[in-house]
Ligand binder design. Structure first.
Ligand SMILES: N[C@@H](CCC(=O)N[C@@H](CS)C(=O)NCC(=O)O)C(=O)O
Length: 209
């Protein structure tokens, strides 16, 4: 059994979606970020940067894994799903691009545009522009390729999709990006994605473009 320590955020949803996709038995332990539970000394033992998500694999000597990209790789290897050996070089590139660029930059856009608008003209413009170029670049890739790492759905898509699922906060107009929208909708219709998206709130609906 996998224990998922998480909160209802894009990084949190990556792992609930993956666990639904691979059909592993799991339970969710909520970490209330508003109450600063991520800084509890007990939690910091398994999360050195005080971040969610983290998993504990109770079937593997209670191994704990932090960092969503590392968790996706672990679960991909363990299940033999969505992380094909012969395509790993491509999958790793798109996964690392999500981890090092797409997530952190869109996360800053959330901070400046959604949560703190009006506080920094520079910050708002910088991350709005970067997010717009991320939409453009993903759209360009997905015009050539059905999924990010090629013709199959992989952990790179699972890592990226929850960030685009926050498109209503971005004010960029997802519908203007045809290939990105095609990819977004195709993934949205997967039953495991719908279930994983609602892992903390059964009433949540995936926002349409
Ligand atoms: N690179 C990390 C980022 C994780 C991350 O930023 N998690 C956020 C929620 S989405 C968090 O725990 N924030 C709490 C805090 O910063 O205090 C990953 O992908 O796992």
């Amino acid at each position: 059994m996998i224990e998922l320590f998480s909160a209802d955020t894009p990084n949190g949803k990556k792992i609930s979606i993956m666990l639904e996709e691979i059909g592993f038995d799991y339970k969710v332990t909520k970490v209330d970020l508003g109450k600063k539970e991520q800084f509890d000394p007990e939690f910091r033992k398994i999360s050195p940067f005080s971040k969610i998500p983290v998993i504990i694999d109770h079937d593997n000597d209670k191994e704990s894994i932090f960092e969503s990209g590392a968790i996706l790789m672990y679960l991909g290897e363990k299940s033999n799903k969505f992380y094909a050996k012969e395509n790993r070089l491509k999958i790793n590139q798109w996964l690392m691009g999500q981890m090092g660029y797409v997530g952190p930059m869109i996360g800053q856009h959330h901070q400046f545009h959604h949560y703190n608008s009006g506080k920094s003209e520079f910050g708002e413009k910088r991350y709005f522009d970067i997010t717009k170029s991320i939409y453009h670049d993903l759209n360009e890739r997905l015009a050539q390729s059905q999924f990010l790492a090629g013709e199959s759905y992989t952990i790179a898509d699972i890592a990226t999709w929850p960030w685009i699922a926050r498109h209503e906060w971005h004010d960029i107009g997802l519908a203007n990006y045809k290939s990105l929208t095609r990819w977004y909708m195709e993934i949205s219709k997967r039953p495991a994605v719908e279930k994983g998206y609602k892992f903390m709130d059964k009433n949540l609906e995936i926002p349409l473009p």
